[in-house]
Design a protein around this ligand. Structure first.
Ligand code: SF4
Ligand code: SF4
Length: 388
């Protein structure tokens, strides 16, 4: 069936290759579409014109400081988990021009760029990323100052979400109530079954887009299979996080106990564990760069050699750099200990005071991409006095 708009909340069955029809309709409507692809040994978002570019058959193995891809004949279209990038890279890019100036007859003429958001569709977005998007919305759109560039991009974003069929050992979205199943915030949601996709309509725009495909009504059995898939992932995450080492020798899963977490961290600012972490932390800032919710930036001016043109740019910054807390007498947070403590306490405790939510969605990127494998779930457990 192809006619009419599918109502919000509909579930339909589509053949896997039918996803191509949605990509084509997005293109006709002026969207630039990006989706997961294997690039340089990792799965990242890149321009997506054909379903043949998707990482079919690839899965990722992740652990502290470790990321490896494996191709398996029995793996599906979306069996990888999350790569180093997130929606942050597109809505809050690492570098952005905020002001431009030119000297004319000895006087500076300054102007702000136009904030016209290019329509962007993202395929394969996971529930933790959508939760992180909601957290960034709170930061950039819901405070006293609205970020015009973020707003323009956000209003033109189409999200095609995917329910996770497996979790990496570093994932703990179940602890943060951010996954592994889609909950809200997507235009279309996919659940991959062995022989088809179950497609769920999340918005009117999604309902329009879904009619590009040859869909058929979803049977009760397919609906049950789709729900069961997500439940199985959640159960496997819980089970793996309770095992010291899993029965098949794969790395243990993670869990973060969130009860009284804010109080725990604020009551333990002088805990000896911070010194232990500081012996390992390189203050490289990788954890903040890959984190889908970290939002710090700094501003600098770049001029041409003649000093006739200037560009003011906003670039990602990190609480792990000394300059981040620079005051007239020097940096406030002089040691890696102070910087790691600032990051973790903000992320898991004082974020609540600032934004009325946690700053962590349990995606595990900061564990995977930390070159020395520092693991925030382990650090919190140690501060609680538990064995991680
Ligand atoms: S915790 Fe890891 S990733 Fe973060 S700054 Fe320290 S060494 Fe780098
Ligand atoms: S703190 Fe780590 S696990 Fe939490 S959202 Fe950021 S990168 Fe993901």
């Amino acid at each position: 069936m192809t006619s009419g708009r599918l109502p919000i909340g509909s579930y339909v069955r589509i053949e896997k290759p039918s996803l191509q029809a949605i990509l084509e309709r997005l293109g006709r409507l002026g969207y630039r579409t990006i989706g997961p692809q294997v690039v340089d040994g990792a799965i990242v978002y890149a321009g997506l014109e054909s379903v043949n570019q998707l990482p079919v058959g690839w899965i990722d193995h992740q652990d502290g400081g470790t990321y490896r891809l494996e191709h398996r004949e029995d793996a599906g279209w979306f069996d990888y988990v999350v790569g180093p990038q997130s929606l942050k890279n597109y809505l809050f890019p690492s570098e952005q021009t905020v002001l431009e100036g030119q000297r004319v007859d000895g006087k500076w003429q300054l102007h702000s760029p136009q904030w016209a958001g290019e329509p962007l569709a993202v395929v394969g977005v996971r529930s933790c990323e959508i939760k992180a998007l909601a957290i960034q919305d709170r930061v950039f759109l819901e405070g006293p100052y609205v970020d015009p560039a973020y707003k323009a991009r956000r209003e033109n974003l189409f999200v095609l979400g995917v329910n996770c069929r497996r979790a990496a050992a570093t994932c703990f979205c179940h602890s943060m109530r951010a996954g592994p199943g889609l909950n809200s915030g997507y235009d279309l949601g996919l659940t991959e079954l062995d022989d088809c996709f179950v497609l769920e309509v999340g918005t009117k725009r999604g309902g329009d887009m879904a009619t590009a495909t040859d869909w058929t009504p979803c049977s009760l059995d397919q609906m049950r299979q789709a729900v069961a898939r997500v439940r199985q992932v959640k159960e496997s995450m819980r089970r793996r996080s309770e095992e010291a080492i899993s029965s098949d020798g794969s790395p243990r899963g993670r869990h973060l106990e969130t009860a009284e977490l804010r109080e725990l961290l604020l009551d333990n600012l002088e805990h000896p564990r911070w010194d232990e972490i500081a012996k390992r932390c390189l203050a490289c800032a990788n954890c903040t760069m890959v984190c889908p919710t970290c939002f710090c930036s700094s501003v600098d001016d770049v001029t041409d050699l003649l000093g006739e043109k200037v560009r003011r740019r906003r670039v990602w910054s990190s609480c792990f750099s000394a300059e981040h807390s620079q005051m007239s007498a020097g940096p406030v947070r002089q040691s890696p200990k102070a910087r790691y403590r600032q990051w973790l306490v903000h992320k898991l405790a004082t974020w609540w005071d600032q934004f009325d939510s946690t700053g962590c969605v349990g995606c595990g990127r900061c564990i995977t991409w930390c070159p020395v494998g520092i693991d925030l779930t382990e650090e919190v457990a140690a501060i609680r006095g538990e064995q991680a």
